[in-house]
Design a protein around this ligand. Structure first.
Ligand code: GCU
Length: 336
């Protein structure tokens, strides 16, 4: 009985530490490939383009590593909110997660620079940045925290939504908009003219319904996925933020891969990031149709006054450190 328990705990430890088929093979102890299941946390639905991209990634990874790795994605915050799942990845309880940039910003405040309002001019610009190596030094800076950032997915451009159009900064006066949990996000909406109110994404619907806040800010896909059009039917195209969603992985697991599998993993991840950009706009169109059919109104906005307003925030964050200065200028240099 004792022995069974002992083996059982060793096995459990192996799973927690990310012990994989690769490790056994590298030590020459194991001939048959043992499949390592990579548990991935995702906070949105199975319809989300990032979920679909990861699903495709998982299929190819399993195929190309000949079964050494298999992805198991849990959508809809089943494994907790993004912040909680980052800790699970750190501790090796799960292996991967997709987290908004503000989550990693709480580990290293330099990350704020890649989630600044009006940093990227377009989806094309952001794609160039994400497929280049300009963000590598920033990503490498969190290596010692137990997880690594291995890439960034686009989540389009975020806009304000509430019970009336928001076309100029004055319209935001006295309006509380939910923002992702970081100081930068709060300051962003404050500079734009409203009151930035940090809270978890899952709480927004009820908070608006109960009048705790007046609205939120997000992309069209999430706006529709979470049915926010029901409680905030005016979606104004401020396009103020293209915040990256970061793909994080347990450090031990990632560094324990054989060079062959690591190359397969990295190459496939790059393709996945690119593919997700390709399908993003189609998803936006589908989402807009659903929202419009349900009574939502999409309002065009002159973004210049908002761009002017957030300049002090851009300057503050871009000049925060040598790292942020370099990343800011490298990202801007890739603009069209
Ligand atoms: C977007 C983004 C998510 C994030 C969410 C939020 O949907 O893709 O990563 O959780 O916004 O506003 O919290």
């Amino acid at each position: 009985m004792k022995k069974v328990l002992f083996v059982g705990s060793l096995l459990a430890m192996g799973i927690l530490m990310g012990c994989s088929g690769d490790k056994g093979k590298a030590e020459g102890k194991q001939e048959t490939v043992k499949t390592q299941v990579l548990k991935v946390a995702f906070n949105q639905s199975e319809n989300h383009p990032q979920y679909k991209a990861l699903e495709e990634f998982g299929k190819k990874l399993e195929e190309q590593t000949k079964g050494a790795y298999k992805l198991e994605i849990s959508p809809n915050e089943l494994l907790g909110d993004q912040r909680a799942t980052a800790e699970l990845v750190q501790n090796g309880v799960i292996q991967m997660s997709v987290v908004g940039n503000p989550v990693v910003e709480s580990f290293n405040s330099d990350f704020a620079v890649i989630g600044l309002p009006y940093l990227y001019d377009s989806l094309e610009h952001q794609k160039k940045v994400f497929l280049s190596d300009v963000l590598d030094p920033l990503f490498e800076s969190v290596k010692s925290s137990g997880f690594e950032v291995i890439g960034a997915f686009t989540a389009g451009a975020r806009c304000l939504y509430t019970d009336k159009p928001m076309v100029k900064p004055e319209d935001l006066k006295g309006y509380k908009f939910r923002v992702m949990q970081s100081d930068t996000m709060k300051k962003m909406v404050d500079y734009m003219g409203g009151i930035g109110t940090p809270m978890g994404q899952g709480e927004v619907y009820t908070a608006v319904q109960q009048g705790v806040i007046e609205g939120g800010e997000n992309n069209e896909v999430t706006y529709v996925d979470l049915k926010h059009y029901e409680i905030a039917p005016y979606f104004s195209y401020t396009n103020h933020l293209m915040v990256p969603d970061l793909i994080i992985i347990n450090e031990k697991l990632y560094n324990g891969m054989t060079p062959e599998n690591r190359k397969i993993f990295d190459d496939l991840m790059k393709q996945t990031i690119e593919n997700e950009f390709e399908v993003w706009n189609e998803n936006v169109e589908v989402a807009k149709k659903v929202a419009t059919d349900n009574g939502a109104k999409f309002i065009e906005v002159d973004i210049k006054p908002f761009q002017e307003r957030v300049k002090p925030l851009q300057e503050e964050v871009a000049n925060r450190s040598e790292m942020t200065k370099k990343i800011y200028s490298d990202v801007r240099a890739l603009a069209q």
